[in-house]
Ligand binder design. Sequence first.
Ligand SMILES: [Zn+2]
Ligand SMILES: [Zn+2]
Length: 231
Amino acid sequence: MPRTALARPSSQCEVCRQWDHSALCGDCIARFAAPAPRCARCGLRLALPAEACGACLLDPPPFEHTVCAADYGFPWDGLIAAFKFRGRPELATVLAERLHAAVRSTAAPLPQWVLPVPLAPARLAERGYNQAWELARRLARALGVAADAHLLWRPADSLHQADLGRAERQRNLRGAFMVDPRRRGEIAGRRVVLVDDVMTTGATAREAATALLRGGAAAVDVWVVARTPDG
Ligand SMILES: [Zn+2]
Ligand SMILES: [Zn+2]
């Protein structure tokens, strides 16, 4: 289709640098964000879609569904790192669009609340923004659902998860999250979605979901841009 002056591409694709109307071009979306069979519970990529993978059958997580847009790998690792560590919060828009498309393509129920996985206060001060909130508020707006960055707290400064092994990650996080005690009534009996950029082992999502259920939520789901494949 010939391009008119009005439809002139306005930005370069973040991945392949071709000019397009969005920061991620249609070719790259088709190539790197194609739907894949996953565990409905934890989002792990599987050979065939399943209600639960082996790990979730053995040790079911406290959340019911996980939606993710892609496996963590090229080009998502670079985009997420730029978004998170190199001061490019504007990439939240493209990443949130991918996650929004993944949410719409699943049968996962819409929640009453969309909450970001909170950052520890020291990390928030260092980075200047919570990447999960940048995603969560865009998704909530697109879906017409309430979002809040302060309902779930992360009071203690836990060690940086990336430096720890799987068992240590879970131990490090125990008791790391809590629902604001003054606002428990707002999530009592509600379905809540936790948003984060990446799910690696799921340890963070487990602890945050446990805190929400303890705080009165009826059910918790998890939405992440990228899921680390089982390696
Ligand atoms: Zn591209
Ligand atoms: Zn699973």
